[in-house]
Design a protein around this ligand. Structure first.
Ligand code: LLP
Length: 454
């Protein structure tokens, strides 16, 4: 009976649902890295995103060392943290300190990483419709690579680089036909979508030839991203083979491609219904295996491999802390259901409304005591799809004023947040070694009014 499954209790297990430093104290309160959630709520208000800095760093380190190990006897590997999942200056610094680079997809993400002191040559730039400003900024900052996503963009980047007298390092984003992962909108390697250049149609090969003809462009690499929230390794191996086959084709044309980026998309466990995610070493080994085969079969030198994980680094490191408000019991065709309203909702986590994404929740301010009741956690927005957790068994004695924690909200929560109903977006509170501090402050109504110049 999934509908009344209570939230699993924090175990400090990396394969689990709560960040490694989340546990219940003897008094029953949830604490993150030694700080009780009641203190966090008192000091920073609710809702708040609570980010376990040490957990996020550990996940980043795990990817870096898994890739370094798997590619040690090849040409090495780089990990670009995908900033779209969640980016701030502090996060950029932490990732950089852990030896990761930053993958960006807009001027805002690029400027954030730069403002944190990450050098341009440790940042990549994506986008299917990059602005002139974005390309110019990338060129001026000596960015590691610009990922070309269309034929017109080849000419655009070539012209902007030529005007500056520089040679732009570029990747070509391939659509290989391999796709995997969660919701239809987050699958990105099938033909009928806006990203990348098709290998099957020959568009990717045309782009590579066009790039080779420009002295202001250096074709540094090939890129592929097959989807998101992928919990099995096979798709990554298939995609790697497809990309490496294009590299082999290019070598036959006299085009040398030293780097290959295999994107992000590594899944995480949101609820107990999800299998635990394979560890980074398993994914890394699948990629390394494809590269070893390619090198053995073609005799080409091994390429430098990059990956771009976002979700798998930040999602489990963060929880959202809400305060329970109105509670309402309703009768449905499938029996009674308790609607538990909290003080946030789709403006701080759009994923349930957009993708039907499943989360879990637990009473955080005290030990849960009562029997679990079939509950739905909803937000405070004027929309019936404003759901935070579709189905969870919450203790029958849960009352208004209790704190509720929703784990695994670090990826695409704050970054896809909105001001719907003019609700201000929550801040992000980082917690480490018994200290809680804001890395993004809560937005205020005055921030919103400051934009209203009418
Ligand atoms: N690299 C590229 C080129 C991407 O497009 C993405 C995600 C990533 C890396 C990072 O993927 P990750 O490791 O985080 O799965 N808003 C959706 C996810 C969209 C992913 C878009 N691209 C969600 O909330 O599930």
């Amino acid at each position: 009976m999934r509908e009344i499954t209570p939230a699993p209790e924090p175990t400090g297990d990396v394969q689990g649902i709560w960040s490694v430093n989340t546990r219940r104290t003897d008094s029953g309160e949830l604490e993150v890295a030694g700080v009780g959630v009641r203190d966090i709520a008192a000091k920073f208000g609710t809702p708040s995103y609570v980010l376990d800095e040490d957990d996020m760093r550990q996940r980043a380190r795990a990817w870096k060392s898994a890739m370094d190990d798997a590619f040690a006897n090849l040409a090495g590997a780089e990990v670009f943290y995908a900033g779209k999942a969640f980016l701030s200056k502090a996060v950029s610094r932490w990732m950089s300190e852990e030896g990761l680079n930053i993958d960006t997809a807009s001027e805002g993400e690029l400027r954030t990483a730069l403002a944190a002191g990450v050098p341009g040559n440790r940042i990549g730039l994506h986008g299917n419709n990059k602005s002139v400003t974005e390309i110019e900024l990338a060129l001026d900052e000596g960015i590691a690579h610009i990922v070309i996503d269309s034929l017109p963009e080849v000419e655009q980047v070539a012209a902007l680089a030529a005007a500056r007298g520089v040679c732009a390092p570029v990747y070509v984003r391939l659509t290989t036909g391999v796709h995997a992962g969660g919701h239809d909108f987050i699958q990105t390697a099938h033909e009928d979508q806006k990203f990348g250049l098709s290998v099957n149609s020959g568009a990717a090969q045309d782009a590579m030839k066009a790039i080779a003809s420009h002295s202001s462009l250096k074709l540094l690499g090939l890129h592929s991203h097959i989807g998101s929230q992928i919990l099995s390794t096979e798709g990554f191996g298939e995609a790697a083979k497809a990309v490496l086959a294009v590299r082999q084709w290019a070598a036959g044309q006299g085009i040398d491609i030293p780097e290959v980026d295999l994107g992000g998309g590594y899944g995480v466990r949101y609820t107990e219904a999800d299998a635990p995610a394979p560890p980074p070493a398993e994914f890394a080994e699948v990629l390394a295996c494809a590269v070893r085969e390619h090198v053995a079969e073609t005799g080409l030198p091994a390429p430098l491999i990059s990956i771009e994980p976002g979700r798998s680094i930040v999602a489990p490191a963060m929880l959202t802390l809400y305060r329970v408000g109105t509670i309402k019991d309703v009768h449905t065709d499938t029996g009674p259901r308790r609607y538990m309203s909290v003080d946030g909702g789709m403006s701080d986590n759009l994923r349930p409304a957009l993708y039907g994404a499943q989360y879990t929740a637990a009473v955080a301010s005290r030990a849960p005591e009562g029997e679990p009741v079939r509950s739905r956690v909803v937000g405070k927005h004027c929309e019936s799809g404003d759901i935070v957790v579709h189905a969870v068994g919450l203790p029958t004695d849960t009352v208004a004023g209790d704190l509720l924690a929703v784990p695994v909200t670090g990826a695409y929560g704050r970054s896809m947040g909105s001001n719907y109903n003019m609700i201000s977006r929550p801040g992000v509170v980082a917690v480490r070694d018994g200290r809680a501090y804001e890395i993004l402050r809560r937005e205020t109504i005055d921030d919103q009014l400051a934009l209203d110049v009418g």
